[in-house]
Design a protein around this ligand. Structure first.
Ligand SMILES: [Zn+2]
Length: 154
């Protein structure tokens, strides 16, 4: 009997949940367990619950892997920001160097940097120029300054 596409999805999802549970029971961190379970799914070639050989096509596996990769990304992001409750990532202000979401940090002529280190990286290590720019922050038309916002969103 050939499984329908829907049944193949179900099999992979069930297997993913089973693997996830296993890795969590091994004491793995939630994100690590999700990544391991995803790797387990990638290795599937046929229905793991059947003794008969019931192949699962790579494109179905790819689709399920894509779906779970997205949810892992979301978990990572929400862990990072703590209170991030929107999945609309395009509207989050991020450090141009390290990608960290920012609620406060340096504004540098149109770009954002979260820390002194990232700012220095943005200046390619030119500490002198960075110092000059930041010390002209109070002047009219100053393009570089420290700023805090209400939220992580633009
Ligand atoms: Zn940064």
């Amino acid at each position: 009997m050939i499984m329908t596409k829907k049944e193949q999805f179900k099999v992979l999802e069930t297997h993913y949940q089973g693997c996830l549970k296993y890795w969590l029971e091994q004491g793995e961190d939630a994100i690590v367990a999700m990544m391991y379970a995803l790797e387990d799914i990638k290795r599937i070639r046929s229905n793991p619950f059947s003794l008969k050989y019931e192949p699962i096509p790579p494109e179905i596996i790819q689709e399920v892997v894509g779906k779970y990769s997205k949810s892992i990304t979301k978990v990572i992001q929400s862990t990072y920001v703590g209170k991030l409750n929107s999945d609309d990532d395009d509207h989050i202000r991020r450090c141009v160097i390290c990608g960290k979401p920012m609620k406060e940090g340096y504004y540098l002529g149109g770009e954002y940097a979260c820390s002194d280190d990232c700012t220095l990286a943005l200046y390619n290590g030119d500490e002198k120029q960075m110092y000059i720019d930041l010390h002209h922050a109070d002047e009219d038309g100053g393009e570089c300054y420290w700023i805090a916002w209400e939220s992580y969103y633009l």
